[in-house]
Design a protein around this ligand. Sequence first.
Ligand SMILES: *Cc1c(COP(=O)(O)O)cnc(C)c1O
Length: 315
Amino acid sequence: MLNIQKINDAHNSIKDFAKVTPVVYSEALEYDLGNKLILKAENLQTTNSFKIRGSSNCIINRVKAFPDTKGVVTASSGNHGQAVAYVAYRLGLSATIVMPKTAPKAKINAVNRWGAKIELCGTTSGERLSRMQQIADEEGYFVVPPYDHYDIIAGQGTIGKEIMEQVHDVDAVLVPIGGGGLISGISYYIKHTNPKVQVIGVEPKGSNSMGVSIERGSITQLDSTKSIADGLLSLKPGDLTFPIVRENVDRIITVNEDEISNAVSKCIEYFKIVPEPSGAVTVAGALKTGWGKNKKVVAVVSGGNFDMERIQEFI
Ligand SMILES: *Cc1c(COP(=O)(O)O)cnc(C)c1O
């Protein structure tokens, strides 16, 4: 179960791992485009994405309940893998991160930095999940799921708490959706403390499983996904995240690839914030819909990890 106490407790337990990230505002963007847009800059978070919040909360709670936990394992080539590797490094736990054989060098290096063991395995997520389970069984490691766990969701929900404390009279909060852990935590916190605030989910057009599932009224799996927002490529929502989103999210919108690229460049130009494409979909959503024209809108910029060589494509 999720409740406000769990999110408050998470905020307290993760404070040595996760930073209270700044909120940033651009007078020039408001002047040029008319949007009173405030960014919650999780690109400046430890390991450069919000994923540290959920994974540190989940691992800390696990170690409290089972002090003899030997290590942790997860399957992720992205931000979740980096966050889990970092938390394990800080807590002195062993960690294995299962990644696809095709994982780019930059992502491998980012996990290597924290001393985690990397297992390159197959190209499909099915192969990686079964290898992950095998390692968990053989080594007695704890599996850290990317989104579908209440401790993960409570950790991500600490962003909702910070936004409500940092921004007064906020009208709406825009949140990216992958598997739905981030928006579950944030929307739950906001709707249970200040239900007048609108929570709007943003998905890429080519990866909109949450929007489709909400519309159909049940968890729906897509055949495939495609977007430059590579942190948002979930084929279906989680069993835990779907009902939380259905209860607490006001609306889900989609943005296309050009809108995402343009938002990356606007973040750099106006806010001096470098988001990865997954982190910029909220800004794309705000610019597209004109949200923020006469309302105070916060866009969660969820991460800032992308290849240095690729930044020029967006400028
Ligand atoms: C994981 C991730 C998301 C999506 O989070 P979910 O909890 O899977 O919905 C969004 N942005 C970035 C940068 C991420 O790493």
